[in-house]
Design a protein. Structure first.
Length: 201
């Protein structure tokens, strides 16, 4: 999410940023943009007669405070041939936007969102059980469990790319959730039954 503390950390580490910018989270930014009668716009029609519209504006204040950082805003919409908008994506970046690079920047932003969304989906629905019930509390037990789960997830990503045994287990057992269940059964029952190696249908 495009909040100033995060952007400042990114800049302090000498990196570039492309971040999601939703109207509900950045009301001042969108009000500021609405003061312009028209933003730079670029449109393309595809074979299905849908209109792909790209709008952008450079040097936009991220919020209404005096210390607001300046960002470069872009918006991508798809409208069907009846003129109804079916898709809206918007974001901010630190790279100056022009007609020559706005399409590429939009694709990069959507790709980043897709990776992030799939990551959250994996953590929530594929055996890691990461939900919003990980409150920080006063003794930080839940937060520590959350961090340990993330560390496990990072190790699994590395194993996914580099470890032959892990890859063989995934191929044999299918989903990650099934793999974790079989591994737990194996540890609890000491692997004394061949049923724990059978792939779920």
């Amino acid at each position: 999410m495009s909040h100033q503390p995060l952007i400042e950390v990114i800049k302090d580490n000498r990196m570039h940023d492309i971040l999601v910018c939703k109207p509900g989270d950045h009301k001042y930014l969108y009000e500021w943009l609405n003061d312009f009668p028209e933003l730079p716009t670029f449109e393309v029609k595809d074979k299905q007669e849908r209109i792909h519209r790209y709008r952008w504006k450079n040097d936009v204040p991220l919020h209404g405070q005096a210390n607001a950082i300046k960002v470069n805003f872009f918006e991508y919409t798809i409208s069907n041939k009846q003129g109804k908008t079916t898709t809206i994506h918007s974001g901010v970046a630190d790279i100056v936007l022009t007609q020559d690079n706005v399409v590429k920047m939009t694709k990069a932003g959507r790709c980043r969102w897709k990776i992030e969304n799939e990551c959250f989906n994996t953590l929530k629905n594929r055996g890691y059980y990461i939900e919003h019930n990980y409150g920080h509390g006063q003794r930080h037990l839940s937060f520590n469990m959350y961090l340990l789960t993330l560390l496990a997830f990072y190790f699994h990503l590395v194993f996914e790319l580099t470890d032959g045994l892990y890859q063989a287990c995934r191929q044999k057992l299918g989903s990650k959730r099934n793999l974790w269940e079989k591994l737990l059964d194996f540890l609890l029952h000491r692997g004394d039954s061949p049923k724990y190696y059978t792939k779920k249908s």
